[in-house]
Write a protein that binds this ligand. Structure first.
Ligand code: AHM
Ligand code: MG
Length: 334
């Protein structure tokens, strides 16, 4: 069989063979997340029909309430991870607290998973790509006992794997481990993710910058100066550049990873701590981007070095092509 048709399962098992003493737990976890994402994909693809279906008494054919898609996505992920055998507990952007699975099998599992079930969900109404983001840590507490908050509050540098699913013109799952970053496209007739983007490398330079220009006046002076620089680049210094910002981090960062560029969500006067969440958005994308050769910074250090103090904390982020982020830091570093 040609490599380009390798399924996600086949690929993770092949990678397992390269890790002495590997148990297959991570492969199972990725398969579980892949399964949840296929279910989410089915619902996302009929998002425009939800209202029509909902009109029939706001209950679906099973007599259940028609739920918002982000609730649906959240529940699917919790369901597969709880029923699987590789996850001791989860933390979701949609939930206030961690969920400890606390049964015999789960307590023996060495991983915890954090996720943003449906990022960019305000874009659903207008059919712009949205996504699921996940981050996997190895537990630091004793196996055999229930996991605790300590297992979750680890710096991003301790991630074992991280990834995302983009529900776009095709559906793709991209995940990173220390062995590299690989992308799989969902082949709808067989319902499998197939390796389509092996060994993704984020180009060291790019021509696209991604920032919400509407908040320009809310950014601090360094950020404003850097945006001015990007807007005024001429042919002589690698310009002119293109600006793209969808309002869907997964879509913007998927493009940045493949084509190169920089994505920024700086501090604003409305969001003085930043808007994007460290544990569900910035850490996983920081890990994926750095494993692909790019860079992820907060303006006061590496994203992956931040020691989290709370589950839902936010951070500013400057992420993407190495050279662009380095140039950016010379304007925005504090
Ligand atoms: P969400 O998790 O509520 O969907 O918010 C995160 C999203 C990102 O995907 C996107 O980059 C950002 O919010 C856009 O925010 P803004 O509309 O303030 O530019
Ligand atoms: Mg989000």
């Amino acid at each position: 069989m040609q490599t380009k048709y390798m399924s996600l399962d086949e690929f993770t098992i092949q990678q397992l063979r390269m890790v002495p003493g590997g148990t297959g737990e991570l492969s199972r976890l990725l398969r579980d997340i892949g399964l949840a994402s296929k279910r989410i994909n089915v619902e996302v693809n009929k998002a425009g029909l939800q209202d029509i279906l909902g009109d029939m008494g706001v209950k679906n054919v099973q007599g259940e309430e028609v739920k918002k898609l982000d609730d649906f996505a959240n529940n699917q992920l919790i369901y597969v991870l709880k029923n699987g055998m590789s996850c001791a507990g989860i933390c979701s952007e949609e939930e206030e607290n961690i969920q400890i699975f606390d049964d015999e099998l789960s307590n023996k599992s060495k991983y915890v998973v954090l996720f943003d079930p449906l990022d960019g969900s305000s874009n659903i109404d207008t059919n712009i790509s949205i996504g699921t983001i996940f981050s996997i840590f190895r537990r630091v507490t004793e196996l055999g006992k229930p996991c605790t908050i300590e297992d979750f509050l680890q710096p991003g540098s301790q991630q074992i794997a991280a990834g995302y699913i983009v529900y776009g013109s095709s559906t793709m799952l991209v995940y990173a481990t220390r062995l590299g970053v690989n992308g799989f496209t969902l082949d709808p007739p067989i319902g499998e993710y197939c390796l389509s983007h092996p060994d993704i490398q984020c180009p060291a330079d790019g021509k696209i910058f991604s920032v919400n220009g509407g908040y320009y006046r809310q950014y601090d002076q360094g950020v404003q100066k850097y945006i001015d620089l990007l807007q005024n680049k001429t042919k002589a210094d690698g310009g002119p550049l293109t600006q793209r910002f969808t309002g869907s981090m997964v879509a913007d960062l998927h493009r940045t990873l493949i084509k190169g560029g920089i994505f920024m969500y700086p501090l604003t006067t409305d969001n003085p701590k930043g808007k994007l969440r460290l544990m569900y958005e910035c850490n996983p994308f920081g890990y994926i981007t750095e494993m692909a050769g790019g860079k992820a910074e907060s303006g006061s250090g590496k994203i992956l070095d931040i020691h989290p103090t709370s589950l839902h904390q936010r951070t500013p982020i400057f992420i993407g092509s190495k050279n662009m982020v380095e140039e950016c830091l010379s304007y925005v570093s504090s």
